[in-house]
Design a protein around this ligand. Structure first.
Ligand code: SF4
Ligand code: SF4
Length: 172
């Protein structure tokens, strides 16, 4: 999660901004290699109440199973989100390195790496490329600057929508 002191957080992601942070590249490229690195933290995974319900249904949990899952998964609650701070690998990551709830994974996971915080500056983008082997390696699917901006702004809108008190500082 980005720092509250960063004034650029209040800016919407624009083609002009992306041109500056991606230069000299003229597009963004990404294809997931299924390495599982982004599920291994450190960091937090944010679940809306609906996300959590979908996970419980997907796993077919009874009342005891739900209580157990919530006990293992929820370390905090922030602005309408349940927060999973595993301190390492997400507890929903399987031993085969795959997400055990992939069809119902939360917004944060579905939208990675198209997060507002990844595109604020060149430094953020370099950190993303270092973390994710599927990003900016020239081998993945190409996204135009416009398409990238649209995806990132959609993530921003969706992440804000689930907040109790809409706050652009509270962003993935
Ligand atoms: S780090 Fe990147 S390549 Fe690896 S699983 Fe996550 S999105 Fe896919
Ligand atoms: S919910 Fe699934 S995709 Fe998201 S961090 Fe956990 S294991 Fe990874």
């Amino acid at each position: 999660m980005p720092s509250e002191e960063d004034p650029k957080l209040f800016e919407r992601t624009t083609v002009k901004g992306l041109r500056a942070v991606l230069s000299p590249r003229k597009s963004f490229d990404f294809s997931c290699t299924a390495c599982g690195k982004c599920c291994r933290g450190p960091g937090s995974v944010y679940f809306t109440p609906d996300d959590l319900k979908a996970v419980e249904e997907h796993l077919g949990l009874d009342a005891a199973g739900k209580a157990d899952l919530r006990g293992r998964l929820i370390q905090a609650e922030e602005n309408g989100y349940y927060v999973h701070r595993a301190g390492g690998a997400c507890r929903l990551l399987g031993s085969d390195n795959r997400c055990t709830v992939y069809p119902v994974r939360p917004l944060q996971c579905r939208t990675y790496p198209f997060w507002p915080s990844s595109f604020v500056s060149r430094t953020d983008l370099e950190a993303l490329a270092e973390e994710c082997p599927g990003t900016l390696k020239g081998k993945g699917r190409r996204y135009s600057l416009l398409s990238t901006a649209r995806r990132v702004n959609k993530t921003r809108r969706q992440f804000l929508e689930a907040q109790k008190e809409p706050d652009e500082h509270f962003m993935i």
